[in-house]
Design a binder for this molecule. Structure first.
Ligand code: RIB
Length: 313
């Protein structure tokens, strides 16, 4: 089982010809609304990319908070529809998180109102992880309070779970965070914020990855957008994989697809090398960028295999 602790947002995505200037009002060419939030997107990616268990169990439980409002109820319904276990998604007395995605061409700028995503206590984490075991995984991002993420990672480590952190949006992390992380998956901007090194070429990518490994992380994958991914398993396997070619229409959710796919394939299935897991993740995220929206653009396992004619065991 993969537990995802993270945000759930109502995404409002506006397609614009250009970014408005200070004081300017612009009319959008189109508007799309839907399920978003890094936690929700990553949980949906895991659910859609996972093979079904024979006993019908779901592959992913999301630990999240939405408002006790119509948006919150709608988003829980959508998560259920994607096959995400919502037992630990609760409605709290705050507004549902909202993200305004401004899309110019394929590139986006996102502003988030956190709202209910801040409504966690440590005992919520204790309750959610009560029956977790060492064969389970915990995946977190940074759109919920940092002290809650730190607490959850410590707790997961004490249970012996595999832990994965996508440090997005970028925030400086206390040093004692790193020793509880097995796999860290930043993008290039997040890697630069955390390490002080811009991963622009092979040498700087290695230096940025070493920063994390020296702090106690076991595996690193730095996503580089159209330039693919740099990865290290901390020992002998260091490398780069190119991005898969795709006609990009909207990059929203591509990073989340990569993270969900990696969290699913590497530690959970256990039959892939880290490189193979990164390869599967780059393929899945290439499909996401070719579609509009966040959760709604994430492919299924079958779609990834079909497009690349690759049966991944
Ligand atoms: O990573 C994309 C997500 O970031 C969007 O869905 C938005 O909700 C923000 O959390």
């Amino acid at each position: 089982m993969i537990y995802v602790l993270g945000s759930i947002n109502y995404d409002i995505s506006l397609e614009l010809e250009k970014m408005p200037k200070k004081g300017e009002t612009m009319l959008a060419d189109s508007c799309q609304t839907g399920l978003g939030g890094k936690g929700a997107n990553q949980a949906v990616a895991i659910s859609r990319l996972a093979r079904k268990y024979e006993d019908g169990r779901k592959a992913v439980k999301l630990i999240g908070r939405v408002g006790a409002d119509a948006f919150g109820a709608d988003l829980i319904g959508r998560l259920d529809g994607y096959g995400v276990d919502t037992e630990f998604v609760r409605q709290v007395n705050r507004n549902t998180g909202i993200a305004v995605v401004s899309l110019v061409g394929k590139d986006n700028r996102i502003a988030v109102y956190s709202g209910a995503n801040l409504g966690f206590t440590k005992s919520d984490i204790d309750e959610a992880l009560e029956h977790a075991t060492s064969s389970d995984t915990l995946l977190c991002q940074l759109e919920v309070p940092l002290y809650i993420v730190g607490y959850a990672l410590r707790k997961a480590r004490s249970i012996g779970m595999t832990t994965v952190l996508n440090p997005a949006p970028a925030k400086e992390l206390p040093d004692d965070f790193y020793c509880n992380i097995d796999i860290i998956v930043p993008n290039e901007h997040e890697a630069e914020t955390l390490t002080g090194i811009k991963p622009r070429d092979e040498q700087s990518q290695l230096a940025a990855m070493d920063f994390f490994l020296d702090k106690g992380v076991r595996y690193v994958a730095i996503t580089l957008g159209a330039n693919g991914v740099a990865f290290s398993d901390g020992m002998k396997l260091v490398g780069r994989l190119p991005a898969h070619k795709a006609v990009a229409v909207d990059t929203t959710g591509a990073g989340d697809t990569f993270v969900g796919a990696l969290a699913l394939t590497y530690p959970h299935v256990g039959m892939y090398s880290f490189k193979e897991a990164c390869l599967f993740a780059t393929r899945a995220s290439a499909i996401t960028v070719s579609r509009r929206g966040a959760s709604s653009s994430i492919p299924t396992f079958e779609e990834v295999c079909e497009l690349y004619s690759t049966e991944i065991k």
